[in-house]
Design a protein around this ligand. Structure first.
Ligand code: SAM
Length: 286
């Protein structure tokens, strides 16, 4: 059976192996979490509406929405490089008939807290894995409230590390120490990897009426070899944030190097682990 997402899957996988693609870990993570994301998007049942995906990253949410429904999507991100790559992917997907024929996607460079649109101009705002990175998530939610039409739909999806388990535990391994350093850096930059539990309160405070609160778990049981993929994503993140990790004193240069080298030796066991997305579906009152 030809799946709705077959063209998207093929093209995103092709891009993952392209030389020069920045933040490969972000695209790898996007592909690895597609089941949960698609379950959430299929739940929304949209048609002929304007959708803003804020913090779109590589655009998977936009692509999947545009494949599923006839929608006009704005992919918003503050990173112009990511937008350029996702625009190229979108063109390839469109040329291979991977979108609904009535869908369009526009790419917009903008800050989540300062969108370039009139008040009450959008039907739907979606944002996935962005709020955990913002020092002031309320400011973004207030802005999304502003641009939504009365009765407009908000869907925010994010994680909460309190819901993640793994067996056997990583404990004091190099992987655990590198992961902790990345998480601490995110916190020092104002982010919060436990934001999932706060999403409903934050949206409520911004004036939204909460319609549904959903938790979708994903579990993996990985062999030592596939598990290495997950560790590679971590190692890429460490390289990307290397200067900041050292600058904030979270890891010394030599320590960082030693931890990265020892990750390849310590992944010897099968690993069961879970991750979760907390999804809030809410409306701006009519
Ligand atoms: C972890 S990625 C999530 C990407 C995508 N939504 C997904 O689910 O895979 C976070 C994205 O938000 C973008 N971002 C971070 N802060 C932002 C801001 N203040 N305004 C707009 N985009 C922002 C980043 O450039 C990045 O592409």
């Amino acid at each position: 059976m030809h799946s709705t997402y077959a063209v998207i899957d093929r093209i995103l996988a092709d891009y993952l192996s392209k030389d020069g693609l920045p933040y490969k870990w972000l695209l790898a993570q996007t592909l690895a979490t597609s089941i949960v994301r698609r379950t959430a998007l299929e739940h929304l049942k949209l048609a002929h509406v304007s959708v803003a995906d804020v913090g779109a990253g590589y655009g998977a949410t936009c692509f999947e929405l545009a494949a599923l429904y006839p929608v006009q999507v704005d992919a918003v991100d503050r990173d112009a490089t990511l937008l350029r790559w996702s625009q190229a992917m979108a063109l390839d997907i469109k040329n291979n008939h991977g979108f609904h024929p009535l869908s369009t996607i526009t790419f917009v460079k903008a800050d989540a807290c300062d969108l370039p649109w009139d008040s009450s101009s959008r039907d739907v705002v979606i944002s996935r894995f962005l709020l955990q990175h913002l020092a002031n998530p309320s400011s973004a939610l207030n802005e999304w409230f502003r641009v939504l039409k009365p009765g407009g739909l908000l869907c925010v999806m994010d994680t909460d590390d309190g819901l993640s388990i793994s067996y056997p535990p990583y404990n004091d391994s190099a992987v655990a120490r590198l992961r902790d350093a990345i998480r601490t850096l995110q916190r020092l930059n104002g982010g919060d990897r436990f934001i999932g539990r706060r999403l409903a309160h934050l949206a409520h405070q911004a004036g939204f009426t909460i319609e549904q609160t959903i938790v979708l778990p994903q579990a993996t049981f990985s062999s030592p070899s596939t598990h290495t993929l997950e560790v590679n994503i971590l190692l890429e993140q460490v390289q990307q944030y290397r200067e900041d990790l050292v600058y904030h004193g979270l890891l010394g240069e030599a320590e960082l190097q030693a931890l990265c080298s020892s990750t390849s030796e310590e992944i010897l066991d099968w690993q069961f682990s879970t991750s979760n997305e907390i999804i809030i579906i809410a409306r701006k009152p009519a």
